[in-house]
Design a protein around this ligand. Sequence first.
Ligand code: UD1
Ligand code: CA
Length: 462
Amino acid sequence: MNGSGILIMAAGKGTRMKSAYPKVLHNILDRPLIDYIVKNALSCVDTPERVAVLVGFGGELVEEHIKNNFPGVKILWQREQKGTGHAVMTAQSWWRDFENLIVLNGDLPLMRNISLSNFIAASKNYDCFITSFITQNPKAYGRVIREGAGIRIVEFKDASPEQKNINEVNAGCYAFKVASLQNVLGGLSNRNSQEEYYLTDVLALMNAKKMTVNAFIMPEIEMQGVNNLHELYEANNEMRMRIINKHLENGVHIMDLSSVFIGADVEIGGDVAIMPNVHIWGNSKIGANSLIGTGSVLNNAIIGEHVNIVAYAIIENSELKANSKAGPFVYIREGSCLNENAFAGKFVELKNSNIGQNSKVPHLSYMGDAILGHDVNIGAGSITCNYDGSHKNKTVIGDNCFIGSDTMFVAPVEVENNSATAAGSVITKTIPENALGVARSRQVNIAGWTKLKNAKTNNKGE
Ligand code: UD1
Ligand code: CA
């Protein structure tokens, strides 16, 4: 393959994270930080085969995650992590057939697509082109030494006190002409304070061979590496506010910017109002003019237009169609659907259930594996007994049914159209069309019973 390949180095342990998990799987908002980098890389290539992720520490987890979420992206292994130069050498059999190689640190989640593509476009004239940024707080970043026409990088741990004062630093994204890189890579050594093969030493080797090396100065905020939990927290905040600002610019009303969290892939229509303490994650989509009430958490929720999510609704992998209403205090979970004008209210749980148009489940009910037709009313406290201990069974309730309070549906069971149940019934067999199902013991009144009881116990109840 000619053209460019992009190698993402994600094999390091991330020691400073103080975690048993690989650094790149720590979340920014609701996605592992590697996702932002892989997506950025993918935005700059014509096919995912041009992107590779180099894994090592916790590599099985990273590999599985990438395979499940980014099909086509190549996984390469660096079994022992001997530094970023060693990482690039290890991947050589993958990149040697490209003309140009882009190398990205795996901990640069804030770099924007436009910045990466501008950098790649500008890199074409150089044997080696790197990203840098100017900062008042150069931390432990590698320092960029500008000498004559060329530049080189000195790692913080190897820098002299004067070099440590330099405020232009290496940002960790590089572009190489493959032929030039191959020419110098063998010259890397690990004779430095960390006994690692530094990719950054390649610059000095290239200078010595009169190759062209230069740096592209990037916005500081985009090039912050994530090395510890403080930096993860800062990256999380930056990403959160970027996403919120994007939605504000698109006409989404967000009352309290400080308490709302929205994932990067969420789509929200115009004039949606989002109340405080709302979290919207995954591939959720919210149609125009809907209200997301306070305390609600949505994950992969498809919300139509003019939907009213009153407050405190948890909605996962489910759909609420136009003009439906949910909450307060409702849990709508995997595979459920509220059709147009339907309502699921207070202390209601829906699981894998379809609530037909204009149907209502207003209070204290569990509908699991249920299919409700249109214009059904479910009385308070009604429950589908969908699980018999080994299987999940279906309850089907036809159109225009009126379900009395506290009805138990022992599934599998069906209520045909235009039927009703008496309150407190335990329904175990089909109710035919237009019928009332009564399945409870008859009431018996024992005359004078309380008087008798009070007399016996000498109770002053009279
Ligand atoms: C690196 C740069 C430094 C730069 C900084 C920018 C080197 C030697 N130093 O330092 O100049 O200012 O990034 O953020 O490159 N990795 C591997 N295999 C390894 C070692 C690292 O895949 O053997 C990966 C890590 O997972 C990480 C990336 O390479 O994603 C960078 O490694 P890290 O240890 O974070 O380098 P820094 O010390 O931040
Ligand atoms: Ca780093």
